[in-house]
Write a protein that binds this ligand. Structure first.
Ligand code: IPD
Length: 268
């Protein structure tokens, strides 16, 4: 790894995330006013436009300070660089919540150095909450240290999950969930993978799992959860990936992971 000041990457990502989050939030408020005035604009247009505008803003801010970095974004795809840093960006994670005006969406920005996520920032503009982590330095919420819960019994665990957009996969995910519901305290489907991972980090969930996440959904939140003490992995000894992103407080991680493996939760 080049001599990179990871803390400065976090600071840059926080300022870009705050600016992009404010843009998304303001556009969302504008659409609410438009809806009241019954104009022709639809919320769907605003989602698409906000996504694109927020990602462009993030790209501009990151490249203004670090012009040699690569960026891998949900909306704009991959732009190559010549440094060791790749930024992994989701301008609005929780798009459907954003569409409906549910205040559970986030800007997610991770800095990968030599293919390892070294820094992560997740910002919820609606609640004005900012999660940050630097690999090896713990996780923070609005600057204060956070940690996972001490849950040690699967039957008492509050477990988050999510569903992909493909109908066949959703049916399979629902079947897995049907097996899980009777053996845990309860289930949450909050609609933003980045915030779900941060919820595990903050003790608002005991665990979270989902099949089918993209790198921009999980990169920042995965590091934040791990730095807060969560076990973050895939199934069968794999690292978190598209097949499965799993994050749990250590006291239930083994039991929940074994159950998900038994249920084939990483199969379509
Ligand atoms: C989605 C959200 C959702 C998860 C989906 C993701 P998007 O990301 O994180 O919670 O269940 O799998 O695709 O589309 O809102 O950026």
């Amino acid at each position: 790894m080049q001599d990179i000041d990871v803390k400065s990457l976090v600071d840059l990502a926080v300022s870009a995330a705050h600016e992009a989050g404010a843009l998304a939030r303001d556009r969302r408020r504008a659409v609410e006013r438009m809806a009241v005035a019954a104009t022709k604009s639809t919320p769907t247009d605003v989602v698409t436009e906000s996504d694109t505008a927020a990602e462009q803003l993030i790209r501009d801010r990151l490249l203004a300070v670090r012009p040699g970095d690569a960026i891998h974004g949900e909306e704009g795809g991959h732009s190559a660089g010549d440094s060791d840093v790749v930024w992994v960006v989701d301008p609005i994670d929780g798009t459907v919540n954003y569409l409906y005006g549910i205040p559970q969406y986030a800007v997610s920005i991770a800095a990968q150095v030599d293919a390892t996520v070294e820094a992560g920032v997740v910002y919820n503009p609606a609640s004005d909450e900012t999660w940050t982590a630097v690999r090896g330095s713990g996780a923070l919420l609005n600057g204060e240290p956070i940690a996972v819960t001490g849950c040690a019994d699967l039957s008492l665990a509050l477990v988050g999950t999510g569903f992909g957009y493909d109908a066949g996969r959703r049916a399979r995910q629902a079947a897995v969930l049907a097996e899980l519901v009777p053996v845990v305290r309860d289930i949450r489907r909050a609609g933003s993978a980045a915030l779900d991972l941060c919820a595990v980090a903050s003790g608002r969930l005991d665990a979270y799992y989902e099949r089918g996440l993209n790198p921009w959904d999980r990169a920042a939140g995965g590091l934040i959860a791990a730095e807060a003490g969560a076990v973050v992995s895939g199934l069968y000894g794999q690292p978190p990936a598209e097949a499965m992103t799993f994050a749990a407080t250590p006291g239930i991680a083994e039991d929940l992971r074994a159950l998900l493996e038994r249920l084939g939760a990483d199969r379509v």
